[in-house]
Ligand binder design. Structure first.
Ligand code: VNL
Length: 368
């Protein structure tokens, strides 16, 4: 019976500069369905994947088309913040849940009561790192962030927390989002001679950053590199070479995280045609887990308000560790890990060495 099929519309950048994010998330979503089947609470689930090319107008048009013409009950994906912002009004108008699997600006979940998130927020990843830096002999920092909403979130979170801890910010630099030339910026950083550079660049851009960090001689000048885990993304980390070794990051997912859930996830990801899953893939897998569990809880009722009630307070064991959905903000609560890039059996990994548990988005905690 056709009316018993719940369609999930997965909108991702499958082409363009952020195609790696689309590939990671779509592979993980397919892997989740291959592992858990395509039936929940007696209802068939169907995944419809569409490419927005990373263009906000396309995301919005596709979301509209999916809910109006294709009867999609849940919108998911959203590889970058501007794409999530563009689709938010559709979720509100159509009362269709929107599961953000990637985009990580704090305010996204405030753009519609139908938005929830299974990725992370930049302040959530950044505040623990600012504390770690202050506690570990780093007193002067230059921040370098991609010049758009999540970068501004990261810069604000780092600068505020690091200053609260008594640290000094020498300079805050913002670089273009896609295909930036880091050389002139890194030359400025070198001249400023800080103890460390804090960096946020979106997934996929880390390789270019690391290469120029090396070429400009920052590591040789004794300047440490710290950042959110986006810069040492598992998708590209292993190809970065020695320059990545010793880089300290904070993030919610590492392919090196040791747990039975992560082993299952990594195997399913491989079986679905992927290589090493990154944090984007974890967001995709968990987004599907959240949708499945919500449908389970409503007994297959896929109406937007019923699903949104079901997701509030949901808790589960993710490949990253224990997670839950904050019933007040609909944002994800999760452990934030301290990690160091190390060689493990000839491959580079983000090796966890500590964590802050059950971290809520600090930017929202400050407002509430
Ligand atoms: C965003 C945040 C995108 C973190 C990312 O990679 C990322 C975003 C594409 O909110 O736009 O690593």
């Amino acid at each position: 019976m056709a009316q018993d099929t719940v369609k999930i519309g997965l909108i991702l950048p499958m082409t363009g500069p952020f195609a790696s994010t689309g590939r990671q998330i779509s592979t993980a979503a397919e892997a989740y369905m291959a592992t858990h089947g395509d039936e929940v609470a007696g209802t068939k689930v169907e995944l419809i994947l569409e490419d927005d090319g990373g263009v906000p107008d396309q995301t919005k048009r596709i979301a509209q088309e999916m809910v109006v013409n294709e009867g999609v009950k849940v919108l998911a994906g959203f590889g970058l913040t501007p794409l999530a912002f563009a689709a938010a009004p559709i979720a509100t108008q159509a009362k269709v849940p929107m599961v953000v699997m990637a985009a990580a600006t704090s305010s996204i979940t405030e753009k519609s009561p139908f938005i929830t998130r299974t990725s992370f927020t930049l302040p959530q990843a950044t505040v623990p790192l600012a504390r770690w830096a202050a506690d570990n002999d780093i007193s002067k920092v230059v921040t370098v962030v991609a010049d758009y909403a999540p970068g501004i979130d990261a810069e604000n979170a780092f600068v505020n927390e690091f200053k609260n801890q008594g640290g000094e910010i020498v300079e805050s630099i913002r670089v273009p989002v896609a295909n930036p030339d880091f050389a002139p910026f890194l030359q400025r950083v070198r001249d400023a001679q800080p103890d460390a550079v804090f960096v946020f660049v979106p997934s996929g851009v880390g390789s270019a950053f690391m290469k120029q960090f090396q070429d400009r001689g920052l590591a040789d000048a004794g300047i440490k590199l710290i950042g959110t885990g986006d810069v040492t993304d598992d998708d590209i980390l292993n190809d970065m070479g020695d320059v990545a070794k010793g880089v300290i990051t904070t993030h919610h997912y590492s392919a090196a995280h040791e747990s039975a859930e992560n082993d299952t996830f990594k195997q399913a990801f491989k079986d679905a045609g992927g290589d090493r899953p990154n944090f984007m893939a974890a967001g995709g897998w968990d987004g599907m887990a959240l949708i499945y569990q919500a449908l389970e809880k409503t007994g297959g009722d896929a109406s937007g308000p019923a699903l949104m009630e079901a997701i509030k307070g949901m808790e589960w064991e993710s490949p990253r560790g224990p997670v839950s959905i904050d019933p007040e903000t609909r944002d994800i609560v999760q452990d934030m890990y301290y990690r160091e890039v190390k060689d493990v059996d000839g491959e580079l990994y983000n090796v966890e060495f500590g964590k802050e548990e059950a971290v809520k988005d600090p930017a929202k905690a400050a407002k509430n």
